[in-house]
Every structure is written in structure tokens, then in C-alpha cells.
Design a protein around this ligand. Sequence first.
Ligand code: GDP
Ligand code: MG
Length: 240
Amino acid sequence: MCFPHRALSSLLSLYYFFSPCCKMEIENETICSSGSSSGGSREYKVVMLGAGGVGKSAMTMQFISHRFPDYHDPTIEDAYKTQVRIDDEPAYLDILDTAGQAEFTAMRDQYMRGGEGFIICYSVTDRQSFQEAAGFKELIYQVRHTYDIPLVLVGNKIDLEQARQVSTEEGLSLAREYTCAFFETSAALRFYVDDVFYGLVREIRKKESMPSLMGKQLKRKDSLWRKLKGSLKKKRENMT
Ligand SMILES: Nc1nc2c(ncn2[C@@H]2O[C@H](COP(=O)(O)OP(=O)(O)O)[C@@H](O)[C@H]2O)c(=O)[nH]1
Ligand SMILES: [Mg+2]
């Protein structure tokens, strides 16, 4: 594989951040400001969204185990856990790597409801995947009835600069529309992978610090997430 380092070096400084405007809509669901915890660390429920083949699994694997898989079954939908320190605070990330077309999966509503933050991925080499990314916020809204959800937008595969179909400006413009952080990444080269997950945790923490949401309950979200994990387990058992 050829990696155009010169083109990449100009992209290496890319990190865009748009502060979510302080919408005062309260979610239909209850959210707890303290969240659930695992072994003393705050647990963050993260959902990877995006068209098939954009690199959701590769990014998750790189983040969790610093490895770029040769092959990852595109139909496998699974959850991964890891503990990291972000801004000097421990964080326990529970990452759901979705597969298939989110619009049609039976589990979609469950993970849209249970997730605390979403990473919306597209590939910079695939315009169709960018168009799909533009629809995800609306899908989340249909389930959550608020736009005030922690999000990060990710344009992956920047190592394939020669095959680029989506410009940085277009990604930036969608992130502005979403009022969310934006990163261009390469899961293959592990460029900006940590920044994506750290950025999302920072978004969730920022949202929690908003007084309007203090004191709410996370119990419902926890039980939804547990139910979702149960469905995933059942699906895996049926496959074997
Ligand atoms: N060149 C390049 N290939 C990538 C990158 N990320 C993923 N891929 C490849 O794209 C294909 C789909 O990746 P995968 O993680 O399975 O996509 P998913 O369907 O979104 O989970 C695989 O062949 C990966 O090796 C990347 O950053 N650069
Ligand atoms: Mg996958």
C-alpha cells in the first residue's frame, strides 16, 4: 500500500472542533450526570455508526488493541471494553461496533437509545458513505427526540489521499451543521484514532457539566444497554 506522506503531513494538523450550542431541550430519556461506573471509573457507552466498509471495526480495533486487522467480518456487530485516562480522569469505554444498515437492523432503536455518545464515520474515499453519514443525526433524533447528543464526525482512510472523493471542507461543513467535533483519520496508520474516542468522552463530560441535566437518572439507559448486550449475545449464539 502506498502512503502519500507529503499529502498526509498537511492533514496531520487537522482537528476541528465545534462547541455544541447549548440547546435546552431535555431528552425524553433520563440521563444521569454521574453515569454508571465500572471498577470506580465512569463508564461511557459509545456507538460506532457509519456505512459498511468505512473502517468502524478497524478504528475500534486500533483503539482497543493497537492493531489493524487484515480482515474483519463486515457482518459482525460486537462490543469492546477498554479503560483509559482522559484529561487525568479514568474512563471506561464500552464501545459498540455496529454492522449492517442501521436503518433496518432490529437493534437500531436499542443502541440509539442506549448510547451516550456516537461516532459517525464515513470514508473520505467513498462519497456515498458521506451521504449516509449526513443522515445519521436525523436517525438518532427520531429515537431520542433531541439533537443535543454528544457526537463526533470522522472521515476515515486519509492514507488513501489519491482516492479521495470527499474534501476536508465538506466534512468540516457537515460537522458545523452537526455542531460536533470533526476528525480526519487513518485507522490503517492509527492517525487521530485516540483523538476520536477522547473527543467523544470530552463531549459527554461537557454535556454532563451542563446544569440543566444534573441529577437525572441513568438507570433506564443502563437497562437498555444491558438488554442490547443480551441481544448481541443471543445473536452470536445463534450464529455459532
Ligand atoms: N487504507 C485504509 N483502509 C482501511 C482503513 N480503515 C479500514 N480500512 C479497510 O477498509 C475495509 C473495511 O474496514 P472495516 O473496519 O471492516 O469497516 P466497517 O465495515 O466500517 O467496520 C477493510 O478492508 C479495512 O482493512 C484506513 O484507514 N485506511
Ligand atoms: Mg465492521
